[in-house]
Design a protein around this ligand. Structure first.
Ligand code: RB5
Length: 149
């Protein structure tokens, strides 16, 4: 499991803590920035992380900004990305099982490190169930690819 990481300046602290935790538990990742705490723009880091996932260079992506909203919207503009913006583990798990999400966004002003770890754990462990959900995921792709349903 290789994870593409991205954050803005606000999300960077939580991202660094998650990186330390990934080192401890042996999860491979690449940080696509931000690399400093200087004020910056979340699409500049959400986009490259999402592009790396869409291009299949990474299995999944995790992106963090203040609320998770801006960076999730940026990731979701990349074709093939289904990014869930999430602040609790239940939706994180269901987003994998039902929606086959390939990216997770969180808000560093919304969740603390311990909750973020629970969210990430559920999201990483959740397996897509396919079946009836595939029709719906295919419909999302159709809207993305053709601009209509
Ligand atoms: C930056 O102040 C903030 O707007 C950003 O981190 C994020 O919350 C946007 O959605």
């Amino acid at each position: 499991m290789k994870i593409a990481l991205g954050s803005d300046h606000v999300g960077r602290e939580l991202k660094l803590k998650l990186m330390e935790w990934f080192d401890e538990i042996g999860i491979e990742y690449k940080d696509f920035g931000a690399y400093t705490f200087d004020r910056c723009n979340y699409p500049e880091f959400g986009y490259p992380a999402a592009k790396a996932v869409a291009d299949k260079e990474f299995d999944r992506g995790i992106v963090i900004c203040g609320t998770g909203v801006g960076i999730s919207l940026s990731a979701n503009k990349v074709k093939g990305i289904r990014c869930v913006c999430c602040s609790e583990p239940y939706s994180a798990l269901l987003s994998r099982q039902h929606n086959d999400t390939n990216m997770l966004a969180m808000g560093s002003r919304v969740v603390g490190f311990d909750l973020a770890k629970m969210i990430v754990k559920m999201w990483l462990e959740g397996e897509y169930e396919g079946g009836r959900h595939q029709v719906r995921v295919d419909q999302i792709s159709k809207i993305e690819n053709t601009g209509s349903l």
